[in-house]
Design a protein around this ligand. Structure first.
Ligand code: T3D
Length: 263
């Protein structure tokens, strides 16, 4: 598939997805949804890709839905936003949160609406100091979608999640870091280097274990302890059979660095 709204590059062990409609702050139109879907299919099926980096082109990360694609004049029938969420945003968030490979998000500028939700659904979020997060939904009469009402209170607690969503306020990358909403904010000029260092590192780790770690942690808020213990047991049983586990233990015993292959 030739891409016109994103860039996708496969590197040694990892891949980089860049949202690329800078003239509308990388907001999502239908074409971008199709292209991002295609990328997730590729990443899921390609064993050589052991980590994914998502970032944005230009001055923004992503401004959510392209509002220019929404006809809202009184003479027109109202768009079915439920259909859009069901067909596009929900599958994307499921793809991000259930992909059994780590996803790093490098938030290079403003992340608004579903753009913020997408960033916050990723596993490790780095943001440039000049970046910001905006729960823009209430400003246009909507609710946080794309997992916003799920991930925000889990990361922030209800008081901050509610205030952010109700007020639609913008918070800086540094505040997001201080509140535990993201992993780290870094100097603008260091974002790319830091993000690449992170994905290069993750791409050499025991991928199957990292995949299970992220999925188990994502599920942990929904399950009672006894269910989570069962899931941990199942994951341990499976991972104990992997080459990477054997390599990890051998390397430890032989006092050398492990060489993980993601198998
Ligand atoms: O509809 C469905 O399918 C349901 C699902 C919805 C999910 C959602 O994401 S709903 C929320 C949609 N997003 C927003 O409401 C955010 C709208 N944008 C903003 O609030 C602001 O642009 C930002 C806070 C993101 C950035 O502000 P600022 O001052 O840095 O930039 P700006 O001047 O507002 O925008 C720059 C340009 O990008 C401007 O175009 P122009 O005037 O230079 O030609 C602006 O219109 C365009 N732009 C920004 N956001 C969007 C957009 N164009 C289309 N859609 C956008 N979301």
């Amino acid at each position: 598939m030739n891409y016109s709204t994103i860039q996708f590059n496969k590197q040694d062990g990892y891949a980089v997805l860049t949202l690329s409609r800078p003239e509308s702050l990388n907001s999502f139109n239908q074409q971008m949804h199709q292209e991002v879907k295609d990328v997730f299919r590729l990443v899921r099926n390609d064993e050589e890709i052991r980590c994914l980096l998502i970032t944005g082109a230009g001055r923004a990360f992503c401004a959510g839905q392209d509002l220019g694609d929404r006809t809202v004049t009184s003479s027109e029938q109202a768009p079915d936003l439920g259909e859009s969420v069901e067909n596009n945003y929900n599958p994307l968030i499921r793809a991000i949160m259930t992909l059994e490979k780590p996803i790093v998000c490098a938030v290079n500028g403003v992340a608004a609406g579903a753009g913020a939700s997408i960033a916050l659904a990723c596993d490790i979020v780095l943001a440039a100091k000049s970046a910001s997060f905006v729960q823009a939904f209430s400003k246009i009469g909507l609710v946080p979608d794309s997992g916003g009402t799920f991930n925000l209170p889990r990361a922030l607690g209800l008081p901050r999640a509610k205030a952010l969503a109700l007020l639609g306020s913008k918070i800086s990358a540094e505040q997001a870091e201080n509140w535990g909403l993201i992993w780290q904010s870094v100097k603008d000029e260091e974002l790319q280097t830091e993000a690449l260092a992170l994905v290069t590192h993750l791409a050499c780790q025991p991928t199957l274990a990292l995949g299970k770690i992220k999925v188990l942690l994502n599920q942990s808020f929904n399950n009672p302890l006894h269910h989570q213990l069962e899931l941990e047991k199942d994951a341990m049983r499976l991972l104990g059979q992997t080459q990477d586990y054997k390599e990890g233990v051998s390397a430890f015993m032989e006092k050398r660095l492990p060489s993980f292959r993601g198998k």
